[in-house]
Ligand binder design. Structure first.
Ligand code: NDP
Length: 294
């Protein structure tokens, strides 16, 4: 069976990496990008540059969008809606859950199928064993194109609500960006005692590898099940102990004269759990205050 024609709209680093993997897998690939010069590399590799968004959509059974946000999709396809009927749009761009659901309804109104996705690795890791991509939305359309999408990374389908893949992406980035800020804040903190980033970063990396074991002796799935059940047994790592540590980090940051935004946010989570009477329960109890801020 010959490989299906695929269209990729959006040729930032991510879109270009996708085009190259699809070409390598034998798919005819048509591309379109607002700034045409960005297509030069992938055209040299074998992709065809469409003359217009409508031409691009018409060329692919599967239309993948890799754009800064969802508004970019509407900006590009707003005048090409007549070409959408019968196509599957897979939008791998970041945006809010609401915009993602709006996009699915918009696609349906033009007789197109819609699947949202979130790519969980940077462009240079796409197509490797470490690559995975969350998808949700039209189940039949996803199933029809699963094998093609698998060239980008392991497809992980999350059901028919298109917002689920988007939220899974945002949740990973929530952890990632918070961690990066923690990383940099901590580097500034130890720097106040003359410890260089070069010394510190290899040390702190040990923590990353240990976190799964540190937070749950019986495994992270069991920890998740307890959170889902509203159970927060606090024999180890209770909110008073963790809150005291959060206080010490805030005080150390203050005496170092560095930014206090992050330590104060963390401190506030524990103060809230303690003031709600949950000091003896596990650190996971901070989820109540996060779910229902005052
Ligand atoms: P870029 O910002 O480099 O590319 C964005 C693309 O969107 C470009 O093709 C740009 O066109 C286009 N674009 C933006 N606004 C408009 C508009 N109003 N009209 C038409 N085209 C528009 O992003 P990446 O390739 O890095 O990322 C693409 C998506 O992948 C993003 O949603 C990102 O969150 C996601 N992602 C990226 C990762 C990464 O490490 N890069 C990792 C995981 C996900 P033009 O070339 O003309 O500017």
């Amino acid at each position: 069976m010959s490989a299906i024609p695929v269209t990729v709209i959006g040729l930032g680093p991510m879109g270009q990496a996708m085009v190259r993997l699809l070409l390598a897998a034998g798919h005819p690939v048509t591309v379109w990008n607002r700034t045409p010069s960005r297509a030069e590399g992938v055209v040299a590799d074998g992709a065809r540059l469409a003359a217009s968004p409508a031409d691009a959509v018409a060329a692919g059974d599967l239309v993948i969008l890799s754009l800064t946000d969802y508004q970019a999709m509407w900006d590009i396809l707003g005048d090409a809606t007549a070409a959408l009927a019968g196509r599957t749009l897979v939008n791998l761009s970041s945006d809010t859950p609401d915009k993602t659901r709006d996009a699915a309804a918009w696609a349906r109104s033009h007789s197109a199928s819609f699947v949202a996705g979130g790519v969980m690795v940077p462009p240079h890791m796409l197509g490797t064993d470490l690559a995975y991509v969350y998808y949700s939305g039209d189940v039949a359309a996803f199933d029809a194109h699963r094998a093609t999408l698998a060239h980008l990374g392991e497809p992980r389908f999350l059901g028919d609500d298109p917002a689920r893949a988007q939220l899974m992406y945002q949740a990973h980035l929530d952890v990632f960006l918070t961690t990066l800020s923690g990383f940099v804040h901590a580097t500034a903190l130890v720097g106040s005692a003359g410890i260089t980033a070069e010394e510190f970063l290899p040390e702190v990396m040990r923590l990353f590898h240990a976190i799964p074991d540190m937070i749950a002796e019986d495994g992270v799935a069991a920890l998740g099940a307890r959170i889902d059940a509203g159970e927060h047994p606090g024999e180890v790592g209770n909110s008073v102990m963790m809150g005291a540590t959060a206080d010490h980090i805030e005080a150390a940051s203050r005496s170092a004269g560095i930014d206090l935004t992050l330590p104060r946010a963390v401190q506030a989570h524990y103060h809230r759990a303690i003031s709600d009477g949950h000091g003896a329960e596990a650190w996971t109890r901070i989820i109540d205050g996060i779910r229902a801020p005052r």
